[in-house]
Design a protein around this ligand. Structure first.
Ligand SMILES: Cc1cc2nc3c(=O)[nH]c(=O)nc-3n(C[C@H](O)[C@H](O)[C@H](O)COP(=O)(O)OP(=O)(O)OC[C@H]3O[C@@H](n4cnc5c(N)ncnc54)[C@H](O)[C@@H]3O)c2cc1C
Length: 320
């Protein structure tokens, strides 16, 4: 594997990486994709995606991803799962991906590593993660049938997941640090109409307590400093995200929040390295944006290969 120079290596198997792979393989560009887990990315955590065009009744995130993956594989996308890229060495003409178990060299690289849920860093968080604390209601909601659970956050992800939880839990308490939800109007409307959903405003989660599993959450009102201990069996945390860019922080330019900067062609300041999707410094994080940026990064990578003479324009195998 280490001796062969690949045309394009993609890092990340979410909508951005898979779409880039689809476009490249359909153009017969030799492409390999590395994913640290199973392919899918964050979209698999969405119970129903209602805003991706082409699915008038919505589609579960996992199903949408499966379709994109099948489509990319039909054109020959080679995917390696459970392969985490730990760094990239820029060798000028080629770039080397450093993996846990070896290296892969490619002429161009597309970074589509997305982002991950932000941790709160409060007492009890590490101890009870997987034992009552979760960052994914879509994955864990069925474990809380007829139980009282808490959701932290007020954006789209928090509200979408709180609504999903109402299908299983007896009560869902949504704790938000402001006095109104930040979520989109449609989700807000549904949340306020849901009888199983209760709101605790102007408050933050301070601690999670329990024995073997979560038993209670301590919530602090920001205006009065009053602390309240609420009995819950589960706590679902949605307080933002962090970009998965640390493995290339010394190679490409990041913005203050750690997202990777590019020009409008998805190119970084390093020739041959392109970026697509949630990990990019763009203003909107959605499946449709990631898919579109994946396509654009693929097109730019292809043009780059042609420019450096590694590939004839309009197709053809690499010439070096
Ligand atoms: C609960 C929830 C609900 C959502 N609902 C919607 C919705 O209704 N509609 C919508 O449009 N969007 C929704 N989104 C947002 C959408 O899922 C994301 O915008 C989209 O998945 C981003 O795609 P991506 O490919 O850029 O990144 P990601 O989906 O984050 O995929 C990145 C992939 O890269 C992998 N990776 C990271 N680092 C490495 C590494 N070093 N080596 C190898 N692999 C790596 C990760 O494991 C991951 O699989 C939702 C998100 C969440 C969390």
């Amino acid at each position: 594997m280490a001796d062969q120079v690949r045309d394009v290596a993609i890092i990340g198997g979410g909508p951005a990486g898979l779409s880039a792979g689809l476009y490249l393989c359909r153009s017969k560009v030799d492409t390999v994709l590395f994913e640290q887990e199973l392919t899918g990315g964050q979209a698999v955590y969405s119970p129903l995606i209602e805003n991706y065009p082409g699915f008038p009744d919505g589609i579960p995130g996992a199903e949408l991803i499966e379709k994109i993956k099948t489509q990319a594989e039909r054109f020959g996308l080679e995917t390696t799962t459970f392969a985490r890229v730990e760094g990239i060495e820029d060798g000028g003409k080629v770039r080397t991906l450093l993996l846990e178990n070896g290296q892969v060299t490619a002429r161009a690289v597309i970074i589509a590593s997305g982002r991950s849920p932000r941790k709160m860093g409060i007492p009890g968080e590490d101890e009870y993660t997987g034992r009552g604390i979760s960052y994914c209601a879509t994955c864990d909601a069925p474990l809380f049938r007829e139980k009282v659970v808490m959701v932290i956050g007020g954006g789209d992800a928090a509200v979408e997941e709180a609504l999903h939880l109402t299908r299983f839990a007896s009560k869902v308490i949504l704790v938000h640090r402001r006095d109104e939800l930040r979520a989109s109007a449609y989700l807000k409307e549904r949340a306020h109409a849901e009888p199983k959903l209760e709101f605790v405003w102007n408050s933050v989660l301070a601690e999670v307590k329990g024995d073997k599993t979560v038993q209670a959450a301590v919530v602090v009102n920001k205006e009065t400093d009053e602390q309240t201990e609420i009995s819950v069996s589960g706590v679902f945390i949605y307080v933002g995200n962090v970009p998965n860019s640390s493995f290339v922080a010394d190679l490409v330019e990041l913005d203050d929040a750690g997202y990777i900067k590019t020009d409008e062609t998805m190119a970084t300041g390093v020739p041959g390295i392109f970026v697509a999707g949630d990990v990019r410094a763009n203003q909107f994080k959605q499946v449709i944006i990631s898919a579109a940026e994946g396509a654009l990064a693929a097109s730019s990578a292809q043009r780059y290969l042609e420019r450096i003479g590694a590939r004839k324009a309009y197709g053809g195998a690499a010439v070096w």
